[in-house]
Design a binder for this molecule. Structure first.
Ligand SMILES: NC(=O)c1ccc[n+]([C@@H]2O[C@H](COP(=O)([O-])OP(=O)(O)OC[C@H]3O[C@@H](n4cnc5c(N)ncnc54)[C@H](OP(=O)(O)O)[C@@H]3O)[C@@H](O)[C@H]2O)c1
Length: 333
């Protein structure tokens, strides 16, 4: 039996495209000593992958050329040499863009229980995206009722959850997104008080200021670049800026230039902090319980963009940088 895999063939040096990957086959491996054999059901596709495949210093080592593309996945244990897992268990972890993964148990993040909801949720709203939204927003943003929260990539897998949590915390929410149908999603599906299409609204600084008449207390930034630059003038005294992503920057070498913002930090006493969800594995279980309770009570909604077949993964990744995804992007294997 063959194991189909998507391997990295070339470093993109910017936005990864399908030609930087290849669909290959390998022998199905045996269960490793002390480890697990996992049949992947769904694979995650994430904007962070651009950073993982570039040969620059990041928070994870670059994926090697010829290596299976690193990804989170959810699958079923089909072979176990570990006392902690049995065949039939469902687990999420670092299993890669492939049909079958032979892994040590340290690659497993957690067991997934059917009572939590659909399997796919374990990769999105109850996984990387929802946990990032909750921990970064509450931990750095420290929201108070009545405050104004601005979110970039507001309709996306992380942003849509941030907007809803902010509303649940009693904040006024404003979203920035890249198309009119996503603007409608923001206000109709995810409960934002207002949303702007940053591509068509004209002077973005003026549009942001008009949409936030009381100023902005918390800016949850997933894009950096010109979108973020348009926000600083509207930040309130003691505002908090959560640096979660940099979706608008294709390449960090050479360092992109932009406006100097330091004066705003002094005069408005702003706080800006970066966030990486993998620093907080200890808080994942309680966060999943919190998000899962909101899902069950109907207070939290989410969208998924599920593509069929391993071979779709590279195009699905490119679609994230072109903004054509509609919710958490997943590959059904
Ligand atoms: N720090 C962490 O631990 C962590 C964890 C998970 C995710 N993240 C970050 O969170 C952000 C959102 O991730 P996600 O998984 O929820 O993806 P997503 O928002 O569902 O999809 C990515 C979105 O990025 C926007 N985008 C793409 N290219 C852009 C550009 N050039 N300028 C402005 N916006 C652009 C598009 O939305 P629009 O159409 O609205 O522009 C696109 O739909 C990413 O920056 C990601 O790296 C960080």
């Amino acid at each position: 039996m063959q194991n189909r895999q998507v391997v990295l063939t070339e470093r993109a040096g910017g936005i990864p495209r399908p030609e930087h990957f290849e669909l290959t086959t390998a022998e199905v491996p045996g269960t490793p000593a002390g480890g697990l054999l996992i049949r992947n059901h769904y694979l995650s596709v994430d904007p962070a992958m651009r950073g993982w495949i570039n040969d620059t210093k990041g928070y994870l080592a670059p994926v090697p050329i010829g290596g299976v593309m690193r990804s989170l996945a959810v699958g079923e244990v089909v072979g176990s040499d570990s006392p902690d897992y049995r065949e039939g268990d469902f687990v999420t972890g670092w299993f890669g863009w492939q049909e079958i993964a032979a892994v040590d148990t340290d690659k497993v993040i957690r067991k997934v229980h059917q009572s939590e909801g659909p399997l796919t949720a374990s990769l999105g709203v109850l996984g990387l995206n929802g946990i990032t939204a909750y921990l970064a927003f509450t931990g750095i943003g420290k929201p108070e009722p009545g405050e104004t929260v601005l979110v970039s990539t507001a309709a996306g897998a992380v942003g849509s959850i941030v907007g809803q949590i902010a509303r649940l915390k009693g904040c006024r929410t404003v979203g920035l997104t890249g198309s009119d149908d996503k603007v409608s999603q923001c206000t109709e599906e995810f409960g934002y008080d207002a949303a702007l299409n940053y591509k068509t609204c004209g002077d973005l600084s003026a549009a942001v200021a008009a949409a936030c008449p009381d100023g902005i207390d918390i800016f949850f930034d997933n894009t950096a670049g010109p979108i973020a630059d348009s926000v600083f003038g509207a930040m309130n005294l003691f505002g908090r800026i959560i640096q979660c992503g940099t979706a608008s920057i294709a390449n960090w070498e050479p360092l992109p230039e932009g406006p100097r913002r330091e004066r705003f930090f002094i005069t408005k006493r702003l706080l800006q902090q970066g966030f990486v969800v993998f620093d907080h594995f200890d808080k994942w279980p309680e966060t999943i319980d919190r998000l899962s309770a909101w899902l069950k009570s109907g207070e939290l909604r989410y969208r998924e963009d599920i593509r069929d077949g391993l071979g779709e993964a590279p195009q699905a990744l490119l679609d994230l940088y072109e903004g054509t995804n509609r919710g958490k992007t997943l590959i059904r294997v």
